[in-house]
Design a binder for this molecule. Structure first.
Ligand SMILES: Nc1ncnc2c1ncn2[C@@H]1O[C@H](COP(=O)(O)OP(=O)(O)O)[C@@H](O)[C@H]1O
Ligand SMILES: [Mg+2]
Length: 255
């Protein structure tokens, strides 16, 4: 495994929630591997106002890396992350609180894609919250450089139609990379195959609608009933499938 980027085309289908839920269960499902959640939404972080709201050290965050000389090292990047557990099995690189801070980040994102390869070789997978497509300061390097790009939708036409247009527009940017997959939050009356066909992707992964667990997770809760919730169970299934879709870097190197 290496880099999984999550994005959307319309509304707020749940990109940040899914990215955080995947990172929360990642080390448990992919035993032996750690995870770094990169908060790359140029419209402003959904994590800084959510699970990270208790405060971010001054030395952490992508804006600190933006002031550093490129290329970046693994140590520099880890040094700018916030650990979500004492062992650092789950880490977050906090993003920008204000969209204006996203403007100078293009070269930093490109440098971080390069560091992600080294991180992965060292046992750390990367999950990226790219936010909604089409932002003026879109972190394009993640869209082109991710091993797996997932377009998040809700199970209704208002969400799927703009996402289908986005999938078509993204295809040329993914030269050499795998085609995007879909992630649907609450498929409603539709089946995964129907949504995949409307989206123009080969596969759609499903996250259930679970208001209570979503709220508790994004307020910084963990363990107990949250771990056993439908939200976290579907997050584990998504991580298992993502791991099947993206071959291990080690096995690619060995081939
Ligand atoms: N699986 C889910 N079940 C229920 N509510 C959800 C789920 N995912 C997201 N939400 C809710 O949808 C809203 C948008 O979620 P968010 O993750 O911020 O979306 P985005 O990052 O795409 O803007 C939030 O109010 C969040 O609580
Ligand atoms: Mg978001």
């Amino acid at each position: 495994m290496s880099v999984v980027a999550l994005t959307s085309a319309h509304g707020a289908p749940g990109v940040t929630t899914i990215a955080f839920a995947l990172a929360s269960v990642w080390p448990e499902v992919r035993s032996g591997r750690r995870v770094l959640l990169v908060d790359a939404d140029p419209a402003g972080s959904g994590l800084v106002s959510g699970p990270l709201r208790s405060g971010i050290p001054n030395a952490a965050g992508v804006s600190v890396l933006a002031a550093a000389r490129l290329p970046l090292s693994v140590e520099q990047v880890i040094g700018c992350c916030v650990a979500l557990d004492p062992g650092g099995a789950r880490m977050v690189l906090p993003g920008v609180a204000d969209p204006r801070q996203a403007r100078p980040l293009g070269a930093t994102w490109a440098a971080l894609v390069d560091v992600a390869r080294d991180l992965s070789a060292g046992g750390v997978d990367v999950v990226v919250d790219v936010g909604r497509l089409g932002h003026r300061w879109e972190p394009t390097a993640w869209l082109t450089g991710a091993d797996l790009l997932a377009v998040v939708v809700r199970g209704d036409l208002a969400s799927v139609l703009p996402a289908a247009a986005a999938v078509r527009a993204l295809a040329p940017q993914r030269q050499g990379g795998s085609a995007p997959v879909g992630v649907v939050v609450d498929p409603g009356p539709y089946g995964g195959a129907e949504i995949a066909s409307a989206l123009g992707v080969g596969e759609v992964l499903t996250v259930v609608r679970d208001v209570r667990a979503t709220r508790a997770l994004m307020e910084g809760g963990s363990g107990g009933w949250i771990d056993r919730s439908a939200l976290m169970r579907s997050a584990r299934s998504v991580v298992r499938r993502v791991a099947e879709l993206v071959p291990d870097v080690e096995s690619v190197v060995a081939r």
